[in-house]
Design a binder for this molecule. Sequence first.
Ligand SMILES: [Zn+2]
Length: 199
Amino acid sequence: MIPDGPLVFVDIDTQRDFLEPDGALYIPGSEAILANLSRLTEFARSRGIPVLATACAHTSEDEELRIDRPHCLLGTPGQGRVAATAWPGTRVLQADETLTGDLPLHLTLHKHQYDLFSHPDADRLIALYDRDHPTFVVYGVATDYCVKAAVTGLLDRDCRVALVLDAIRAIDAAAEPEILTEFARRGILLTLTEVVCAG
Ligand SMILES: [Zn+2]
């Protein structure tokens, strides 16, 4: 069960380059989570749950691309969200931009590095979301990189975190048990799409 109280959904990098078989940095088997991503997104839309959606938005100079294959280059179709998590009218915050005004219902946070907290406004934004002490419900890809960085960063800021096990995917599946064990040790809630959407 998700604890009673407000929720914030954190949709990590559910972009075409990661989730579609012809994507630039396709994560094998990741299409298996698409139906759950879609269900979570519909649930958020129908309940008015705020969504913070992160997105790699690289330029050819980004340091990350010296390690990983080029992916999610700004202006390419692969940088876009998959249909399952797309949100028409989302407020896109560029990688060097500060949000002015209130938090929108759906915020797309562009970033040059895999860690969402590499965005200069991320700390402040998370503090704003955390004002009502919600549960941050995290899903997306990849468990062993961007998801791990997001969950770790939220825990470091004393946020309450739930991770949706059937809506995440690792690049290296063998790395997953150790990561999940460490998260559980730090007190996050491991949950499933149908449990979240039953709330
Ligand atoms: Zn990236």
